[in-house]
Design a protein around this ligand. Structure first.
Ligand code: UD1
Ligand code: CA
Length: 459
């Protein structure tokens, strides 16, 4: 249910200075997707009344990537004067009676549960905090003797005593809009960064007698902010570890969870084995009994029961039915459909083609724009010549055809049922059913042939 009283403001105007990148930081990728995509997915579940997205340099990239996002109010921060300044740019759009959740665009993994706990704090200003072993460059949480939150001090402004504090500011806050607007007007930039720091509103609110509260989450990974590629890489591994553990709990045998990557969603059955260095991208479905060998990349594809994908195969936008064998070193490109018990061997590339039940292409072939029937044998080195330099043409190979090795099938062409194509043929015309087509020069024998020999050097 959408919550009419909750709005969200995401700060995403930073360029990621500490990554030395020319791209906006929220466009850096975690699990194959921009950091911002993870946050927006979470907010899809929370359903706030509005999402105010503060963007700056590189905003065109962000807006293009998220053009479809509903409910977003894009706010430009032309000068990057700090997190407090960023929120102030959006504040005029907040509805006075709302509560606004402020999120940092560089902390992608926050969960709906944690956001809900934060929003439910009974206070004027709520801060999401966490205890960490190494507080690094995070803002420190300052509490008084009674344990009440009194301030957040940024690492650069912290005293030696404050630096040892292990409770840190995650950056997520929730505030009543009417009060927040007042606090924002009191911010100044008298600090080491010379920025308007959002974190200063804690001391301002506490000093004004407002109710400031903290929700300390145990979920460190969820609230980890990304400033450097080292932090991004370690969050990626933690996130992938969680993906792998979830799959293992469902009964998928992942041989080494530290060498598994899910960059999207997977629906998995039982008795599945995934060997090392496998990447699953987009939407992948693995039926019962599927085995995936080492170093495979499978994207937006369905793999049927008991099919074996052998090492080093790349599969993109394909349907592979039950009992197939694919690879090693196979490439299935978009539009490939392998029906039951098809075998695709090493160095075979298939594009926009269907292979019928029991058909085989075991070695070194290119099958593009082809419709291939059942029990067809495609010999080694066979190529469908589907492109004339301008247009693509189709090849039809009917049931029980035997294509000998090293045949070139020049499309458009149809090979009739039960026919045989002689090895080394170039087939340019349709072939009827149950015939042998030979399209090659006859073998000649030249007797008494003398190989050229090197002349003896004359003295
Ligand atoms: C911020 C917090 C720090 C907290 C840490 C958690 C402040 C002042 N500090 O520090 O207390 O421990 O996050 O990860 O808030 N941004 C803008 N406009 C600006 C400045 C920043 O949109 O003018 C955005 C950035 O794109 C980024 C986010 O705000 O997504 C946080 O800014 P960043 O510079 O990364 O703050 P930290 O130093 O990490
Ligand atoms: Ca940060």
């Amino acid at each position: 249910m959408p919550d009419k009283n909750i709005e969200v403001c995401i700060l995403a105007a930073g360029l990621g200075t500490r990554m030395h990148s020319s791209r906006p930081k929220v466009m850096q990728r975690l699990a194959g997707r921009p950091l911002l995509a993870h946050l927006l997915d979470t907010l899809d579940v929370l359903e706030p009344a509005k999402i105010h997205l503060v963007i700056g340099e590189g905003s065109d990239l962000i807006q293009a990537a998220f053009a479809e996002s509903k409910n977003v109010n894009w706010v430009m921060q032309t000068e990057r004067l700090g997190t407090g300044h960023a929120v102030a740019q959006a504040a005029e759009y907040f509805s006075a009676t709302s509560k606004v959740i402020i999120l940092l665009g560089d902390a992608p993994l926050i969960s709906v549960e944690t956001l809900t706990a934060l929003v439910q704090l009974d206070c004027d200003l709520g801060v999401l905090t966490v205890d960490v072993d190494d507080p690094g460059d995070y803002g420190r949480i300052i509490r008084d003797a009674q344990g009440n939150l009194t301030a957040i001090v940024e690492e650069r402004d912290a005293s030696v005593e404050q630096k040892v504090i292990r409770e840190i500011n995650t950056g997520s806050m929730v505030a009543k809009v009417s009060l927040l607007k007042q606090w924002l007007t009191s911010l100044d930039n008298k600090n080491d960064q010379k920025e308007y720091l959002l974190t200063d509103i804690v001391a301002i609110a506490a000093g004004a007698g407002c109710r400031v509260a903290a929700y300390k989450t145990p979920e460190v990974m969820e609230v980890t902010g990304i400033n450097t590629f080292e932090q991004l890489a370690s969050l990626e591994r933690e996130h992938q570890g969680r993906n792998a553990r979830n799959l293992m709990r469902q009964g998928v045998h992942i041989v080494d969870p530290s060498r598994f990557d899910l960059r999207g969603e997977v629906v998995a059955g039982k008795d599945i084995v995934i060997d090392i260095n496998v990447i699953l991208e987009g939407k992948v479905e693995l039926a019962d009994g599927v085995t995936i060998g080492a170093n495979c990349i499978i994207k937006d594809s369905k793999i049927g029961e008991n099919t074996v994908i052998k090492p080093n195969s790349v599969i993109d936008d394909a349907i592979v039915e039950a009992d197939c064998s694919v690879g090693p070193f196979a490439r299935l490109r978009p539009g490939t459909h392998l029906k039951k018990a098809v075998a695709i061997g090493n160095f075979v590339e298939v594009k926009k083609s269907t292979l019928g039940e029991g058909s085989k292409a075991s070695h070194l072939a290119y099958l593009g724009d082809a419709t291939i029937g059942t029990s067809v044998n495609i010999g080694a080195g066979t190529i469908t010549c589907n492109y004339d330099g301008v247009s693509k043409h189709e090849t039809h190979i009917e049931d029980n055809v035997f294509v000998g090795s090293n045949a070139s099938l020049v499309a458009p062409v149809t090979i009739g049922e039960g026919s045989t194509i002689a090895a080394g043929s170039t087939i340019t015309r349709d072939v009827e059913c149950h015939v042998l087509a030979v399209g090659r020069g006859r073998q000649k024998i030249i007797s008494h042939w003398q190989r050229p020999s090197a002349k003896r050097s004359e003295k």
